[in-house]
Design a protein around this ligand. Structure first.
Ligand code: ADP
Ligand code: ASP
Ligand code: MG
Length: 406
């Protein structure tokens, strides 16, 4: 009699070499021995995906997105086969599948496809035969039989979606840290592991740069109430639960600090200060499919003003021509690009009802003599754009200021 189903996902660092793949096989089998049915999602070995991207760029700096997906999906195909072999070697039954083989159907947005549906028949059939089912993360297939990928970090999404579709008891995300911390433990060794965190906080942290979970996977988990545990592949310690409500007595104002170096700041100088101009600029950008994030417009005393905004670094090449052209059209001046920036943010649902949080964050930066170039806030977060060279110092200073450490 099965004890129920668990979905386990192992990230790239967890399967970086032969020893680690064997370690994963052993961990998976230890759950099998306890009587669980298992669906295991794996990422590409180590830095394979990055290496494939740089290989592609050497051949063609602007590769077709369809071919990019064709290429990147191979990384995960290697991992699933090797893990199946490692499990066989230890005397257990396992079978590996690509995303396409298990019917992960997506839309046609190559490199960032959305899952439309999953046909779980094949997985269920193999589980019934007593096999451990291993599924390649990060990939799917369109109704037209084109291979797609789900955006960077997308194996998390594969795991969460399968957990939902198969009604798993829990989705375990195995990685190279012991859970979700108050900030990236690689930047601040004093970061503290959280027992639990809410979907909303995790989503905000992920969106603001905490790569430990892919933001989209948390959106899906929240929508369908999928219980997630983030934990280490290299230790037996309990990890962090991601759930609807974090089970803590006292209200915490700031849960964590995040850092993102994925943005660039664009400034349009000498913009005529009259109604309709901002609408014009941002309409052109949205028409070009560009997601704009923070926006700052300076007060004008001269009937001319500067407008700055941030975009994803990968969108800069697409953004600049559009902005230059729009600037000409509206009679504005020069367009400047600055990729030498970082975004530091604080996140916490308790922030809503606490005044003075922003001031405290700014004080922490001021004490380190770090200039704030832009500010943005949401219900549960505050972000500052600063010079990139101060990024890590800023994270540690804010972390300390809010007393988040051990
Ligand atoms: P995987 O290959 O397992 O998917 P990732 O590299 O995507 O792993 O994510 C794990 C990394 O996320 C950690 O090594 C850590 O440096 C980073 N990270 C950033 N913010 C946090 C945080 N708040 N808590 C834990 N890890 C974090
Ligand atoms: N291998 C993919 C990436 O590096 C997917 C993942 O690791 O989740 O983005
Ligand atoms: Mg990841």
């Amino acid at each position: 009699m099965s004890k129920g189903l668990i979905v386990q996902k192992f990230g790239g660092s967890s399967v970086a070499d032969v020893k680690r793949i064997q370690n994963v096989a052993q961990r998976v089998i230890s759950y099998r021995k306890k009587g669980y049915d298992l669906v295991v999602v794996v990422s590409a070995l180590g830095d394979t995906t990055d290496e494939l991207i740089s290989l592609a760029n050497k051949i063609n700096p602007h590769p077709s997105e369809r071919e990019m997906d064709m290429l990147l999906s191979t990384g995960e195909q290697i991992s699933v086969a090797l893990l199946a072999m490692a499990i066989h070697k230890l005397g257990y039954k396992a079978i590996s599948f690509t995303g396409a083989q298990v019917g992960i159907i997506t839309d046609t947005s190559h490199t960032r496809a959305r899952i439309i549906k999953i046909n779980t028949d094949k997985i269920k059939e193999e589980l019934k035969k007593g096999k451990i089912v291993i599924v390649a993360g990060f990939q799917g297939i369109t109704l037209n039989q084109d291979i797609t990928t789900l955006g960077r970090g997308g194996s998390d999404l594969t795991a969460v979606a399968l957990a939902k579709e198969l009604d798993a008891q829990i989705c375990q995300i195995y990685t190279d840290v012991e859970g979700i911390y108050t900030t990236d433990p690689r930047i601040e060794p004093k970061a503290r592991k959280l027992k639990s965190i809410t979907y909303d906080e995790m989503l905000e942290m992920a969106s603001l740069g905490a790569q430990v979970m892919q933001a989209r996977s948390i959106e899906v988990a929240k929508k369908f109430d999928v219980n997630i545990e983030v934990r280490s592949s290299f230790s037996q310690k309990r990890g962090t639960m991601i759930t609807k409500e974090a089970k803590i007595m006292e209200e915490v104002v700031v849960r964590g600090v995040t850092l993102s170096k994925n943005e660039a700041k664009i400034t349009i100088c000498d913009v005529p200060d009259r109604p309709g101009i901002a609408a014009k600029i941002f309409k052109e950008l949205s028409g070009g499919g560009i997601n704009v994030d923070m926006i700052v417009q300076n007060v004008s005393h001269t009937r001319k003003t500067d407008i700055s905004f941030t975009v994803n670094k990968n969108d800069v090449d697409k953004t600049m021509p559009i902005v230059r052209q729009t600037s000409k059209m509206i009679g504005a001046g020069e367009v400047l690009e600055d990729s030498d920036i970082a975004r530091v943010s604080i996140v916490g649902v308790g922030m809503k009802s606490h005044p003075g949080v922003a001031a405290k964050m700014f004080e922490a930066l001021a004490k380190e003599k770090i200039n704030i170039e832009m500010i943005s806030t949401s219900d549960i977060s505050i972000s500052c754009i600063i010079k990139k060279k101060f990024a890590e110092t800023a994270v540690r200073a804010i972390h300390e200021k809010f007393g988040l450490g051990k």
